[in-house]
Ligand binder design. Structure first.
Ligand SMILES: Cc1ncc(COP(=O)(O)O)c(C=O)c1O
Length: 490
């Protein structure tokens, strides 16, 4: 198998990545009326697009056609491209393609749901997961089994002793150990191979949610004969510079060869009679309906670009940014940083920094960074409520009070932090822009009058309108001032 489709540009250099980011020079409005280049520090949610991935998709589109079983030139070409994209996505994490199925789905969330839906659950089954998980690697399991959340220490590290104890206490019942490769809150990288060894000792499968790890580090699931191999892994293209609606689940073909696929319809069968169905082999059996072929092209191209630059080069750059950002942020008065901040610990952390400033609500900090700094971050609990509450040291009583407030429609005291997350194309100058704005916020040097909207928990600068339609005229936007009114009323 080779990467012939990408032969025309196969030697990407690290310095070529930033200019290849779509929208890297986009200017956005500030409260002052100025326009400044946007600093995008929300890569942990979704990354912007590699232009090359978009262009290769564009080159593919004249050949776009339904895959599998079409007999025309375009269908045969598209089928080969789609099949090869599966192989590229599998090889990206070192999967043995003989024994493993590479299944294309929408995203990591869909992947975990499928994995959980496809298990032959038995009465009393247990899934061990961690308190660090994104809800996508927690809630799907809860539908099928008893889920045990192994705790973390005050910095956010997984308690490995508690993990071992959880296995001991549930001997014979644990089907999966499901853990994130890297946290989307603290950036902590879990010792996934050591964890896999523990799982295998107890005859459980190891699943790694690699949504946050895959864009930042080399992953090797290792061969099945290695005690620390990863049985199942999932990741999302939209966090890897290819936001075209595709994600990947990889795992033993054998696992997907029993029982019925969780979603059925066209594309998953060999033969259908009115009273009989024979399903295809995986991955086809697990990819019901017409697939996202252009998305697969985009993902494969982005993977190729990352691999061509080298994941180690990317990791080294992100490490430098992380170290610099943490050093600078520590100097901001009232700054609280969550997760590991010691230099020695940073090599085991991806480029995610969660923080808040004493006395300034996290939502307000995020709003000011946007309206006065032209900086995109994210705030709140980042779909990992239990972990954030643990890091914020909420006790049971206060967590309960806040839950009641939220359920009553008041998000004034919404727990949370602000998160700055880096991509491979961010620079030390981006960090400087962030830190300059944070210094201003910490010193109360703020221009806007920020109003809290209780129902949403968001802050908006009074009277400011982002005037979206002057940037993107194809849709009819409501003025941002009206959005806030709507939020209050709805
Ligand atoms: C650690 C982690 N797991 C899973 C997900 C879910 O990914 P997706 O939204 O692509 O399904 C995310 C997304 O933020 C994440 O950070």
């Amino acid at each position: 198998m080779n990467n012939n489709h990408y032969r025309h540009h196969c030697n990407w250099k690290f310095d070529e990545l930033r200019p290849n980011i779509m929208g890297i020079d986009t200017e956005v409005p500030l409260l002052t009326g100025e326009r400044v280049p946007y600093v995008f520090l929300d890569n942990g949610a979704s990354t912007p697009t590699f232009r090359h991935a978009f262009e290769v998709m564009g080159e593919f589109m004249p050949f776009y056609s339904g895959v599998h079983r079409g007999t025309g030139f375009k269908s045969i070409l598209a089928t080969q491209v789609f099949d090869e994209a599966h192989d590229i996505a599998g090889r990206f994490v070192g999967a043995d393609l003989e024994d493993n199925a590479v299944i294309f789905l929408k995203n990591t969330t869909e992947a975990v749901n499928k994995l959980a839906n496809r298990c032959d659950w038995r009465e009393g089954d247990v899934v061990i997961t961690t308190l660090m998980e994104h809800h996508s690697d927690d809630l799907p399991w809860r539908k099928h089994a008893k889920v045990i959340h192994v705790g973390v220490d005050d910095t956010g590290y997984l308690d490995m002793k508690a993990l071992r104890e959880a296995f001991e206490c549930n001997k014979g019942h644990v089907r999966f150990l499901a853990a994130t490769g890297a946290s989307n809150i603290t950036g902590i990288i879990n010792p996934i191979h050591e964890m896999a060894e523990i799982a295998h000792t107890h005859d459980a499968y190891m699943f790694v949610d690699a949504a946050q790890l895959a864009p930042h580090r080399t992953i090797d699931v290792l061969s099945e004969t290695h005690p620390g191999h990863i049985d199942f892994i999932a990741y999302s293209a939209h966090k890897m510079y290819a936001p075209f609606g595709i994600g990947v689940l990889i795992g033993p073909k054998e696992y997907f060869s029993h029982g019925e696929p969780d979603m059925v319809g066209g594309g998953v069968v060999e033969i259908v009679e009115t009273d009989y169905v024979a399903y295809s082999s995986p991955p086809a059996s697990e990819e019901a309906g017409s697939p996202n072929v252009p998305g697969a092209v985009g993902l494969a191209t982005a993977i190729h670009m990352l691999q061509s630059v080298g994941m180690d080069t990317i990791a080294a750059h992100e490490h430098e940014m992380l170290q610099y950002a943490i050093e600078q942020m520590k100097r901001v008065p009232g700054m609280r940083l969550y997760g590991p901040v010691e230099t020695a610990a940073l090599s085991n952390k991806v480029g995610v920094i969660s923080f808040d400033i004493d006395g300034v609500p996290h939502a307000k900090t995020a709003a000011i960074l946007s309206a006065e700094g032209g900086i995109g971050v994210r705030n709140g609990c980042f779909c990992a409520h239990p972990y954030v509450k643990r890091l914020l040291q909420y006790d049971e009583e206060s967590a309960k009070t806040i839950t009641e407030e939220i359920l009553a429609g008041d998000r004034t005291n919404l727990p949370g932090m602000v998160r700055a997350s880096f991509g491979c194309y961010n620079t030390l100058e981006d960090v400087d822009r962030l830190v300059t704005s944070l210094q201003r916020i910490a010193h109360g040097d703020i221009q806007g009058d920020y109003e809290l909207h209780r129902q949403t928990g968001t802050y908006w600068p009074r009277g400011f309108d982002y005037a979206f339609s002057s940037y993107f005229p194809h849709f009819s936007f409501r003025p941002t001032t009206e959005i806030t009114e709507f939020n209050e009323a709805s």
